[in-house]
Design a protein around this ligand. Sequence first.
Ligand code: ZN
Length: 257
Amino acid sequence: MHHTPAATASVAAFLMRIAVISDIHSNLHALEAVLTDIEAEAADEIWCLGDVVGYGPRPNECADIVRERAAVVLVGNHDLAAIGKLPTSDFGPLAAESAHWTAGALGEEQATWLRTLEPSATREGLELYHGSARDPVWEYVLSEDVALENLEVTTAPIVLVGHSHVALALSWDGETLDGGLAHGGTEVDTSGARWLINPGSVGQPRDSDARAGWVLIDTDAGRAAFRRVPYPIDQTQAEMRAAGLPEDLATRLARGV
Ligand code: ZN
């Protein structure tokens, strides 16, 4: 037996450790903290489930970094609003105000890039959606019923969703739906069942933990590890106030809601 160059290449191309991020929302300090944590975990690739911009003060820097660093990037509802592909009449008043601010602040190069993105993607063994499989742009997966309905219309062993800003790990073995909220430090065995996983939000967490969230999926070991990373929230808040973004969007960051 001898090792051919082709065999070596196929082994090298097999993904093992995927860092999944979502809902960055123009929060540069949160994104930088998460990228430092991802580097420490030696992930093979970074995948982003969308909403790179909206709400926060640094849309162009976040877009440039995600474009350069992530191998897969989905588009989210806030990204679509910022490039005029989704009407802000569907948004709440604060989200609409920040969407208009973002549309004005977004550079042409960043807007052009966002226009190329789709709200869903498929990779071997994984399906990726910003919102859900049924509605990749708008549906929130926040209940067991909605999670199950979305597992029923998908087939991949692991379904990744973002959009709700709440970290989730739900398993389905064909009979029982198990799991729920995935706090920082949660690790789950992804073998032996199908999983619906939300990494939580980098830039605007809403599960009462203000730290930036992401998840490391190890497809070889069959494990998912939920991470939370502290970042200088006060710096992002100061930038939001300087930009004239709504005060409520700044204060909520410190509460993780
Ligand atoms: Zn979002």
